[in-house]
Design a protein around this ligand. Structure first.
Ligand code: ZN
Ligand code: ZN
Length: 215
């Protein structure tokens, strides 16, 4: 699998395109808002001859969904989210204007995924983890064999997702980190929703919010 990261919109949100040798790809959390950002995403898809087969939101905060409608229309794919984040998605009708995203175009969810489901594309797959706490219906996409976790806003390099937004809950987030993320092998790379990537082993030892977890 190859992972391409873009940094989009005023929240410096990480958008990921993941593809394999078959050139099929999935787009995760398209945060492209400005037309230049949409053009950058489109150019990458064209330049690499990719076929978009899925559009997935790890969760539906405004910074992760700004490009949903663009991707749906451009590539004819439905939107996949966790059912418990429908409210978060709908709230963006109001949230978008509060944050100044006047041109936000709302999209409905078309498909739902939950823990133990698999997302398939080309010859590749991701397992789905349900990791609430930052948002009610937050998921992560994991391939342990390839040592990849697309983690959204659960765990950051030496930080964690905020829990003060609607649907957030600190204890639930810590439970997701300790019982889901920290159960993954130490050498799994976490591709975060903001900022640089990290890995499980490093965060077990160095994340100030999680304490030092010994194996
Ligand atoms: Zn978020
Ligand atoms: Zn975010």
């Amino acid at each position: 699998m190859t992972i391409k990261q873009f940094v989009f919109n005023a929240f410096s949100e990480n958008t990921y395109v993941v593809y394999d040798d078959t050139k099929e790809c999935i787009i995760i959390d398209p945060g492209c808002y400005e037309s230049s950002e949409k053009a950058e995403l489109k150019k990458f898809i064209v330049d690499n001859n990719l076929t978009v087969t899925s559009l997935i939101n790890t969760h539906c905060h405004i910074d992760h969904v700004l490009g949903n409608n663009f991707v749906k229309n451009e590539y004819g794919v439905g939107l996949t989210i966790h059912k418990l984040d429908i409210e978060t998605l709908k709230a963006n009708d109001v949230v978008a204007s509060v944050y100044g995203f006047q041109a936000y175009e709302a999209s409905e969810a078309d498909f739902f995924i939950d823990e133990s489901d698999q997302v398939k594309f080309g010859n590749s797959y991701f397992d789905v983890l349900f990791v609430p706490g930052h948002a009610k219906g937050h998921i992560a996409l994991v391939n342990e064999h390839e040592k990849i976790c697309i983690g959204g806003d659960v765990l950051f390099q030496q930080s964690i997702g905020r829990t003060d937004l609607p649907g957030g809950d600190f204890d639930t987030l810590m439970d997701s980190i300790k019982n889901k993320f920290f159960e993954l092998p130490d050498d799994v790379t976490v591709y975060c929703g903001h900022g640089p990537s990290t890995n499980i082993g490093y965060e077990k030892q160095n994340n100030p919010f999680c304490g030092v977890v010994s194996n």
